[in-house]
Design a protein around this ligand. Structure first.
Ligand code: E4P
Length: 228
């Protein structure tokens, strides 16, 4: 069980990687735009290689930028060559429910040795079918599931049971993390991995009562220094 960072920000990745508390990084086009990647696909390549080298051998997810079948195949094969530890995100279906994406994912995993992270999934059945297609990771968006009025914890636990019962190799990544509480509750529900923004990790570490306690220790510790 592990925490991934859901970011394209190099400084944040460096910071938490040096603490030894993350086990991978996930990105998507929206995150890369937010984290200032410019220069078209060359910019995506540059940032992705930088992150992949920084965290090597931990995994990095990079998402395709098109839903055209051949472009998805070409991009996935290309991205996977940028670095050994890059896996490729493909959404469960197209923007209008086009069904090619599972076939693309299956072909990439079975014929091209590309590890796939099937993403933008909101239900157990989507994740189960992606796992049947042989993907390495199934990404369910827990925060969005909650926002639709379903309890993401129940979905995660049902999904974990199915994967275990059918002995499917896919690992569950829960993303779309909105609250600090999500991280532990989703891991507890059966997620193999929760991916979250750096700010939430900071919130997991820093506690107001710990601050007060540390201040007390330092204040009293200083009294020994005064009496030297
Ligand atoms: C997961 O891999 C995604 O990058 C991410 O968590 C999406 O979440 P959002 O709902 O914040 O867009």
């Amino acid at each position: 069980m592990a925490i991934f960072l859901d970011t394209g920000n190099i400084e944040e990745i460096k910071k938490y990687h040096e603490m030894g508390i993350i086990r991978g990084v996930t990105t998507n086009p929206t995150i890369l735009v937010k984290d200032g990647v410019k220069g078209g696909m060359k910019g995506v390549q540059k940032r992705s290689i930088e992150i992949a080298n920084l965290i090597d051998p931990l995994p990095l997810s990079v998402e395709v930028t098109s839903n055209h079948t051949q472009t998805m195949l070409d991009q996935a094969i290309e991205f996977s060559k940028w670095a050994e530890n890059i896996n490729v995100k493909i959404t469960i279906h197209g923007p209008n429910g086009e069904l090619d994406n599972l076939m693309v994912a299956h072909e990439l995993e079975t014929k091209h040795n590309v590890r796939i992270n099937m993403t933008a999934m909101m239900s157990v059945q989507q994740c189960f079918l992606a796992a049947m297609a042989g993907v390495t990771y199934v990404s369910i968006f827990g925060g969005r599931v909650n926002n639709m009025g379903y309890d993401s914890r129940q979905e995660i636990s049902k999904l974990r049971n199915l994967l275990d019962d059918f002995q499917l190799k896919s690992k569950i990544i829960v993303g779309s993390t909105r609250e600090i509480l999500n991280v532990v509750e989703w891991l507890h529900a059966g997620a193999h991995i929760v991916t979250c923004a750096p700010k939430l990790i900071e919130g997991m570490i820093v506690h107001p009562y710990s601050k007060e306690t540390v201040q007390m220790f330092l204040k009293d510790g200083a009294k020994f220094e005064d009496s030297k």
